[in-house]
Design a protein around this ligand. Structure first.
Ligand SMILES: Cc1ncc(COP(=O)(O)O)c(C=O)c1O
Length: 495
């Protein structure tokens, strides 16, 4: 008999196992509590420890089929409208790694949205795929990157006839949602798969007022960070295969890639949390999301009423690279006050112990969950923002301050894998122009990698990164965060 969406077969089987008080002659060594450090035991409780069991436990992961583990993944596939769903215990990062390795079964070139998450770049290193990067639309006013347009994708695919896939991000950190249907049409017209990193959009399948989710719009493989908004435990995520995923990527290739990137001891707690989060989303998601959206609409209105502050919302839809807006992110436009996001963040911590998800020069982002105590948190944020804005005062020129677009990225002299694994050395940044980078440099704002492993460094890009640091921005990926040195490939390596 197949399980129903109001059941959580994996979680139920796990609880039943723990309740039996079985002889635990298996890992983990804490044995459900007695072997654990007392403070850990007190902090997370004996109940949680008793549910922490290994994979391949009879009646949970193995035994009569479909096992509770299989049933849980099938229910997840059904809930998101996928042909198949894989539970991931190493986050959406694992989903990106698996996507890259699966794609590499079909060929060695791929088109990738330039502001892909660092795990997608890691996937290029692992898979050896040669990327053609496609530039997202830049918002010159806000200084942030939005999504990829269908035209840009089409041009990149035309430039890359050997591409086996197109890899895009939607929604972005800031809530911009791509025109996924148009992107899928473009990819499919050229006979390649569309992979959507929907890490930030796992909730979008559960309320009709939210932008449609990627699987419903023709995506072939979707990376979904269930823990981010839907509320499974941190590090748990899912990978979903779309209707044409088997034909264009291969279900077996994805399955092998998931196995390769996964521990042989996947956490039962993470797995159970995915099963439970799926049930919560199906059974109560619509109601919970409606509540959170209402709270956020009210909160946005209150923030806009504070002098110097504005918010990003559905007014963004229609801008280049923004097809729709995901309201579960609360992105505050702070250009009108005399503080950058980097200065505001510590102030908010001090004023209200407010801890934000992301901070940039012009925009700060608070994340709300599918079903949270949104009201008190939102009220605390509004209160602290009001006090901070008053403290720093207005910046009359801020709202019109425009943002210098980063210089074009350098020529790809070798694949990211060759550069990452090749002989390399750290050289002074001043002497790095013309060399091939062995590491990434991504300045925030706007978070688009300026340099990726395998690309030739230009003086212009190095100066831009340096300038961003001087203005209070940060650089991710660099081994020397102050950019005194850069890791480059030792060329003409005799090995
Ligand atoms: C677009 C995108 N993809 C993937 C990831 C990785 O997700 P996780 O932290 O679940 O591994 C993130 C994390 O922030 C992300 O923003």
């Amino acid at each position: 008999m197949s399980a129903r969406q109001d059941q959580a077969p994996y979680l139920q089987a796990l609880c039943a196992y723990a309740a039996r008080e079985p002889a635990r002659l298996h890992v983990p060594g804490h044995k459900g509590g007695p072997g654990a450090d007392p403070q850990l035991l007190e902090a997370i409780g004996e109940r949680a420890l008793s549910l922490d069991i290994p994979a391949l436990t009879y009646g949970v992961d193995i035994g009569p089929e479909p096992t509770p583990f299989e049933q849980a993944q099938r229910l997840a596939a059904q809930a998101w409208g996928a042909e198949r769903a894989w539970f991931l215990v190493n986050g959406a990062s694992q989903g990106n790694l698996a996507a890259g390795l699966a794609l590499a079964h079909s060929g060695d070139e791929v088109v990738v949205q330039r502001n892909a998450h660092s795990s997608a770049v890691d996937a290029l290193v692992l898979s050896g795929l040669r990327p053609t990067f496609a530039a997202p639309e830049l918002d010159p006013e806000l200084g942030i990157a939005h999504c990829l347009s269908a035209q840009t994708l089409d041009m990149a695919l035309a430039q890359t006839p050997g591409a086996v896939g197109a890899w895009v991000v939607s929604p972005t950190y800031f809530g911009a949602v791509a025109d996924v249907r148009a992107l899928a049409d473009v990819a499919h017209a050229r006979g390649v798969a569309l992979i959507v990193d929907e890490a930030w959009g796992a909730h979008m399948a559960f309320h009709e007022d939210l932008p449609a989710h990627a699987l419903s719009l023709g995506a072939d493989l979707v990376i979904s960070s269930t823990h981010k908004i839907v509320g499974s435990l941190t590090q748990s995520a899912m990978l979903h295969l779309g209707a044409r995923g088997d034909e264009l990527i291969g279900e077996d290739a994805v399955d092998r890639a998931v196995t390769l990137t996964e521990s042989t001891s996947p956490s039962s707690l993470l797995t159970a949390s995915l099963d439970a989060a799926r049930r919560l989303a199906v059974v109560s998601g619509r109601e919970l999301l409606a509540d959170t959206m209402q709270t956020l609409a009210d909160t946005r209105a209150q923030i806009r009423a504070i002098d110097g502050l504005d918010v990003l919302d559905e007014r963004m839809a229609g801008r280049a690279g923004v097809f729709a807006y995901d309201p579960l992110r609360l992105a505050v436009d702070i250009r009108g006050i005399a503080a950058s996001g980097y200065e505001l963040a510590p102030m908010l911590r001090e004023l209200g112990d407010i801890n934000l998800e992301l901070v940039g020069q012009n925009v700060v982002v608070a994340v709300f969950g599918m079903g949270e105590r949104a009201l008190p948190e939102a009220a605390r944020l509004v209160d602290a923002l009001g006090q901070a804005a008053m403290r720093v005062g207005l910046d009359p020129s801020g709202a019109s301050a425009s943002f210098a677009a980063p210089p074009p990225w350098g020529e790809l002299a070798m694949t990211p894998r060759e550069a990452f694994l090749g002989a390399q050395e750290a050289v002074p940044a001043a002497a790095a122009a013309g060399r091939v980078a062995a590491e990434s440099l991504a300045t925030y704002p706007p978070g688009i990698p300026n340099v990726l492993p395998g690309e030739r460094l230009t003086a212009e890009t190095l100066a831009y990164v340096q300038r961003t640091l001087e203005l209070g921005g940060s650089v991710r990926g660099a081994s020397d965060r102050l950019l005194r040195t850069v890791r480059v490939v030792t060329e003409n390596d005799p090995r």
